[in-house]
Design a protein around this ligand. Sequence first.
Ligand SMILES: CC(C)(COP(=O)(O)OP(=O)(O)OC[C@H]1O[C@@H](n2cnc3c(N)ncnc32)[C@H](O)[C@@H]1OP(=O)(O)O)[C@@H](O)C(=O)NCCC(=O)NCCS
Length: 179
Amino acid sequence: MKLLIKTGKELTDSEFEQITQAHLREFKEGPSNKSDLGDNHFFLLKAGEKILAAGILISVQPVNFNKEIFSILGIGGIIANERGKGYGKKIMLAVRKYLAKKNISGVGFCGEYNSDFYQKCGFQTDRDSIRRFIYYENGKRIENKSDDFVLYWNSSDNFMKKVLANKKTDIILPRPPNW
Ligand SMILES: CC(C)(COP(=O)(O)OP(=O)(O)OC[C@H]1O[C@@H](n2cnc3c(N)ncnc32)[C@H](O)[C@@H]1OP(=O)(O)O)[C@@H](O)C(=O)NCCC(=O)NCCS
């Protein structure tokens, strides 16, 4: 078993195909082509050519909160192709190590049922802040209406610590929070 970290551009055709199939199965949508994935960082747990689990870190910047600008990494596409074998945790521990090394805050969104999984992997979760993650489209404020939890890891910028300490202010994203 080996854990690889590579950019979207560096994925082999087989890796791209396996990731696409896993996304279609779990999230009902997948990336349309490899160039869409560009500079995103893929975390792959592989046995031979087979991907056992995967995850993605996506650059999200600038994020505007309370007159401060943050650069965060969006945590997305966390999938174990075989569940309950510790594969998902291996991906999340590698993601956490990467965030710590780069000293960048990581933020993702998950259903309540997955919150304990992320906590077991050393991330924190919050049930109340998701609706404050907004973005603007043609000047219109778009709010995230889901009941998802926010999962996060704070770097020294203390992004989520600040978000949770100031419960009235929007977090303005440069893109929809759908990573
Ligand atoms: C969520 C997911 C990635 C977890 O991966 P996994 O490989 O099955 O999880 P692991 O075997 O590594 O589990 C690690 C720990 O979390 C626990 N765990 C896993 N899923 C859990 C869940 N949904 N709720 C509570 N605990 C969970 C395990 O029991 C294990 O606990 P332990 O360390 O005490 O033994 C996997 O279920 C999956 O691919 N789900 C479908 C896609 C998805 O929903 N992804 C998340 C999008 S936000």
